[in-house]
Design a protein around this ligand. Structure first.
Ligand code: B16
Ligand code: MG
Length: 217
């Protein structure tokens, strides 16, 4: 019998591609601050918390400001970002997601979501996936952001599972690090060049069958 009893999915980059909306909002903020923010720079923000993302953006623009001003900028960016996500619907669910989750359920695998985003609830509601997860841990429910393992350990604990029986699906390096620290098997979703530390890497959930995953270990 497979050791896999639970699967924990990251949101941005695994279930939906909200990175493009984060990028548009951060680019707009950079523009207001007087510098260009490239798509390559945006890679550094994937899986990273909102305030840490802002710090990276300000570092790129060589801008130093106090914490109060940072909070204002983060709020501004989030309001722009929310304008985009409020327009989302089920057509934005990435290829293979619904099918793969159904296959896992048929095999009695428990399903959780583990995201850094404080907008998780809104996004899941807009794409109609709130009921797809037994447990949802998001940026509002953790103290420490990825690469700290807290998000995944909390998800496993609420699923009543041991970390070694859980698999994490992640598109970001910070997330793979977090899952490894949690003692979980990691499936990188994206490019092998970037997700070097993952146990296996797939281009998307359309590229794997539940049976294949369950027979891995
Ligand atoms: P928010 P994930 C992460 O989501 C994003 O990848 C990252 O770019 C973003 O900064 C972070 O959520 C926080 O998002 O501003 O909505 O709280 O990949 O962990 O699902
Ligand atoms: Mg992600």
């Amino acid at each position: 019998m497979s050791k896999v009893k639970g699967c924990i999915f990251d949101l941005d980059g695994v279930i939906v591609d909200t990175a493009k909306y984060h990028y548009l909002a951060w680019k707009r903020l950079a523009g207001e601050l007087g510098f260009y923010f490239s798509k390559e720079d945006n890679e550094r923000l994937k899986g990273v918390s909102r305030m840490r993302s802002l710090d990276i953006l300000l570092e790129i623009g060589d801008i130093q400001i106090d914490y109060k001003s940072k909070l204002k900028l983060a709020e501004k960016k989030n309001n722009w970002y929310r304008e985009y996500i409020l327009e989302m619907d089920s057509s934005e669910i990435l290829d293979g997601v619904i099918d793969f989750i159904s296959q896992l359920r048929e095999n009695n695998v428990k399903i959780a979501l583990g995201s850094a985003s404080k907008n998780t609830e809104t996004i899941l509601e807009k794409v109609g996936m709130t009921n797809c997860f037994e447990v949802i841990i998001d940026g509002n429910k953790v103290v420490k952001a990825k690469p700290d393992p807290e998000v995944f350990l909390k998800a496993a604990s609420l699923l009543n599972l041991r970390p070694q029986n859980c698999v994490v699906f992640e598109d970001a390096l910070a997330g793979i690090k977090a899952a490894k620290m949690a003692g979980m098997y990691t499936v990188g979703v994206g490019s092998k060049d970037i997700l070097k530390d993952a146990d296996i890497v797939i281009p998307g959930l359309h590229a794997i069958l539940a049976n294949e995953l369950l027979s891995l270990f």
